[in-house]
Design a protein. Sequence first.
Length: 239
Amino acid sequence: MCAHVIVAEDDEKQAELVRRYLEHEGHAVTVVGDGLTALAEVRHREPDLLVLDVMMPRADGLDVVRVLRAEQRELPVLMLTARSTEDDLLLGLDLGADDYMTKPYSPRELMARVRTLLRRSRRSGPGPVADPALRVGALLVDPERHEVRVEGRAVDCTPGEFRILVAMATEPDRVFTRQRLLEELHGFDRYVSFRTVDVHVMNLRKKIEPAPRRPVRLLTVFGVGYKLTDPAGSAPRAS
């Protein structure tokens, strides 16, 4: 699975370490040291993956992700940061990062995350999509147009959030375990934490629920996982 990966990291030793591991796995690597250059390289080279440090000069990693998603660029983004608070994790995923690792990290774990993101991206890459629009009550999920609407209102979702909604809207009222949702997000990867699923669900509730603290659509089934349901009653599986 050869890919072109841009590594945006201002710490030269860290950047060199990541470059060596990526090249050992057969990937072509471009290393940049600041956020503005990272944006320019993504626009020019259209890479398969961006490994992005949060703390960088000229533009930080969060700003880079914000701009890329505003430009509707769907490339996978793996963020690296020395910050480890839940607020940082939430913000990075909410802006559109696909995965998030805190420093110090294991290079082998980093490569496992890279492989998973590349596999997931290529499975969901360009090509015809046969899935019809999915309806769960007032929630509409359209895989072909990559659109989500609630009561007619457009909702912006990150790629990870969208994959969760597609999976759950295909089988409304089914209880999905966190492991099953992780497989939708990252494939079979033991390195990815269940916390990633919880963060995506928390963010989705802010976007599709009338009262996120009292959800009526995206429900927790305690001790099992989550399910997507129509609060007004059972809904058709697809439109």
